[in-house]
Design a protein around this ligand. Structure first.
Ligand SMILES: Nc1ncnc2c1ncn2[C@@H]1O[C@H](COP(=O)(O)OP(=O)(O)OP(=O)(O)O)[C@@H](O)[C@H]1O
Ligand SMILES: [Mg+2]
Length: 379
């Protein structure tokens, strides 16, 4: 897949991260928020990481969504261990620091598997060793960071990173910044809310969608480029919520559309983009329509309430009941703690709902709430 590089944006963000921080709170790093499928991960991997590395930064990258089955805490610790393992000097240093050098020769037998575990070296000690050995600023990139608070180990890893950040940003070491991304502002807000979190106070930056320069690059690669206007295609792209895949699928369909004549490409492409948008919206709503009456009521109430949603409170129970009596008057179901709990688990299994370790719930994708509202489901 060819990639459009956003070099200037990467340079800008990288140089702000590298600059000495004014206060320890600004040393928290940075939160990049943007809706689903708009190019966050691509930017991190293809542009931000290389830009940071070109500035001499040591980048550690953890994608908490790459393997959904893996515990997010394990993924974060694994990425840090991998960075340690590449440097023998760091391992030796860490072995010395934790009083284990006598057991090993030059640290070679040092057990990295224990780093970040209660009986092993702490993340703070590990990152300090990495910082001292390399004498470089470390930037830890965590893609889809909200998943860290869906597990106990993930929450613990964030807690440990807070300590590491404070230690490495002291004058004794060379600094640690954490860059996190996520698609849902409500979820990211939870990560930034608590003082003992690694992200407390970190600025939330709206990551800009791909722009007209991307559209110009995209069009230039097409056989029928002379029929397309950047401004127009950009308009369609914005209707497609700035998702490159929607545009890509429309172009693929157009390429194989043998009926389209010279002069008709722009018109046909617009129709195909519309079709793609309709299809992807219908697909999202199809899942909603397949829910049981209670699951549907729980989802609707959650979507209407947003960040203040409290699943088991009396008020909320009454709202489920009110929705049920409208949407499924014949369903003989009374919401109670047990069946609401079940409904929430089912909604999680269908990837509609997201649950933080402390029992806070949010919609997996806030875009769905918008679709449901447009479809009249939240009236
Ligand atoms: N700069 C780019 N140039 C070309 N294609 C891109 C670019 N950025 C994103 N895309 C395409 O858009 C799609 C989504 O990109 P990506 O996975 O980076 O988005 P995301 O925001 O991380 O998505 P998710 O919400 O699923 O994590 C991919 O198919 C990718 O190839
Ligand atoms: Mg991504």
């Amino acid at each position: 897949m060819p990639v459009f590089h956003r070099t200037a944006l990467a340079q800008d963000i990288a140089s702000k991260l590298v600059r000495p921080q004014a206060t320890s709170a600004s040393g928290s790093g940075l939160f990049l928020a943007a809706p689903r499928r708009t190019g966050k991960s691509t930017f991190l991997r293809e542009d931000l990481r290389p830009a940071l590395e070109a500035m001499g930064v040591l980048v550690v990258y953890a994608d908490l969504w790459e393997n959904k089955a893996a515990d997010p805490g394990v993924v974060i610790i694994g990425a840090i261990r991998a960075a340690l393992a590449q440097r023998e000097g760091v391992v030796a240093r860490l072995a010395r620091a934790t009083g284990m050098e006598k057991l090993t020769v030059g640290g070679l037998g040092f057990n990295l598997d224990k780093v970040g575990m209660p009986d092993g070296a702490s993340l703070s000690a590990a990152l300090s060793a990495l910082s001292d050995e390399t004498q470089r600023l470390i930037v830890l990139i965590i893609d889809e960071a909200q998943h860290a608070i869906t597990s106990e180990a993930g929450s613990n890893a964030l807690f440990a990173l807070k300590a590491a950040r404070d230690e490495l940003n002291s004058s004794a070491h060379h600094g640690l910044r954490i860059v996190a991304t996520g698609s849902n502002r409500d979820k990211l807000a939870m990560l930034r809310a608590s003082k003992d979190q690694a992200f407390f106070g970190a600025p939330l930056v709206a990551f800009p969608p791909l722009g007209k320069d991307y559209i110009a690059w995209f069009i230039a690669r097409l056989d029928f480029k002379d029929e397309l206007d950047v401004e127009l295609v950009h308009d369609w792209f914005s209707k497609a919520a700035f998702r490159p895949e929607v545009l890509g699928a429309a172009v693929d369909a157009l390429t194989y559309d043998l009926a389209v004549q010279r002069g008709g490409y722009a018109h046909q492409l617009q129709a195909l983009v519309d079709e793609q948008i309709q299809a992807s919206n219908a697909e999202a709503l199809r899942v909603v329509h397949s829910l049981t009456p209670l699951q549907s009521a729980v989802l609707r109430v959650m979507a209407m309430t947003g960040i203040d949603y409290a699943p088991f409170e009396q008020d909320t129970m009454e709202r489920y009941q009110a929705v049920l009596s409208k949407t499924a008057p014949d369903a003989k179901v009374e919401p109670d703690t047990a069946n609401v709990q079940q409904a929430l688990v089912a909604l999680q299994d269908k990837s509609l709902v997201w649950r933080a370790a402390r029992g806070v719930y949010a919609l997996e994708d806030t875009f769905l709430a918008e679709l449901m509202r447009k479809a009249g489901m939240l009236a």
